[in-house]
Design a protein around this ligand. Structure first.
Ligand code: AQP
Length: 345
């Protein structure tokens, strides 16, 4: 089996409106991690269809997310960049894991409850089983590290439980097939930095999200400098000046959020931002935040625009990545079939 001693896997859904939360919580980390790990970055289109997607828009969004990875600095020739549906082993392993995970475990998933809302009976079966597919995405590469935002922590814990249960349930068969005792490693979440949960610009209690009906709630990676400036200037704050210590951020979610965003974009921490702006007025801080955000996102936006204008190139990157991903995934699935007791060709 190929070694999975230090392998990173992560994914982003092509559901439109990629935003600053996706960038700071995930994509920026993807770029940083390429230095120390072999990385597999996936556009998780099979997750996207757990809620209705317009097929024409979906194709566009898949290429847009791939373009965002590349524009942010992921090296598609060294790392693996692809879309999930091109590698059939994700779905194959997900089925096996559907039979390992317990209903009680899935019933505890808060994201399903939030996304299904009151109309639970009408949610797709795919939305409910989403965490099992996410576990398969990670485990099919026997990945060891998974950079995600805070909102994905519970799903990661579930993936770890599934890996452990699979290893326990099939321990005898794993040994009989001469495979490592811990066939599936326990994937470690990498949730670090000052912006693991970027909040809405309109409501400091709500996560910045693609599906928020208010466009003013988020900064999209495709926003122009003017749009970024308007959204930040209109971002909700409280009437007090910026606090002079970290303690002063308690009970001030909007201030905490803007300071976290600034810290993440400037590669510092909240203390560093308070050292610079503490005691000052929001109007002044917001202008600095506009300048920083435009300086950081502007080049990514321009490169995304250049890349999406050449879909042939993006499709080649995705196709090449899928072939490399499949070589790893097929090896895992061959072993899984032997472990489970399926007869193979
Ligand atoms: N607000 C956020 N702050 C920090 N990280 C975030 N992520 C998402 N929102 C934030 C991280 O981005 C990665 C990709 O997320 P996703 O597209 O797979 O799905 P999601 O978490 O459901 O993202 P959204 O934007 O909130 O989409 P909708 O509105 O469709 O639910 C993940 O690593 C996620 O943690």
């Amino acid at each position: 089996m190929t070694s999975a001693s230090q392998r990173v896997f992560s994914g982003v859904q092509p559901t439109g409106n990629l935003h600053l939360g996706n960038y700071l919580g995930a994509i920026k980390r993807f770029v940083e991690l390429q230095e120390g790990y072999d990385c597999i970055y996936c556009v998780v289109d099979m997750h996207a269809i757990t809620v209705w997607q317009d097929p024409v828009e979906l194709k566009k969004s898949i290429r847009e997310v791939a373009a965002a990875f590349l524009a942010a600095g992921v090296d598609g020739s060294k790392q693996i960049v692809f879309n999930q549906s091109q590698v059939p082993q994700h779905a194959e392993l997900a089925w096996v894991l559907n039979c390992v995970a317990r209903l009680g475990w899935l019933n505890r998933m808060t994201q399903f409850k939030e996304k299904a809302g009151k109309d639970r009976e009408n949610a797709s079966v795919g939305l409910y089983a989403y965490p099992n597919l996410m576990a398969a995405d990670i485990l099919v590469y026997r990945a060891t590290h998974v950079p995600v935002g805070e909102d994905q922590k519970q799903h990661l814990e579930l993936a770890r439980d599934i890996a452990q249960k699979f290893n326990n349930d099939f321990a005898t068969s794993i040994a009989a097939n001469g495979l490592p005792e811990k066939f599936f490693p326990q994937p470690q979440p990498l949730i670090a930095g000052p912006a693991t949960r970027v909040m809405s610009l309109r409501d400091g209690a709500k996560k910045m999200s693609k599906s928020d009906p208010s466009d003013a709630s988020r900064i999209n990676l495709t926003d122009s400098a003017d749009q970024i400036a308007n959204k930040i200037r209109r971002a909700k704050t409280d009437p007090l000046p910026l606090p002079e210590s970290l303690d002063g951020l308690k009970e001030r979610p909007e201030a905490d959020n803007l300071i976290g965003i600034y810290a993440a974009l400037a590669d510092t921490d909240a203390q560093g931002v308070i050292d610079e702006f503490g005691g000052g007025q929001f109007s002044q801080f917001k202008q600095a935040l506009v300048d920083l955000t435009v300086a950081k996102l502007g080049p990514i936006n321009a490169e995304m625009t250049r890349l999406v204008a050449d879909p042939g190139h993006i499709d080649r990157v995705l196709g090449d990545g899928a072939a490399r991903a499949e070589a790893i995934a097929a090896e895992t699935m061959t072993a899984v079939k032997d472990i489970v007791g399926f007869v193979r060709r």
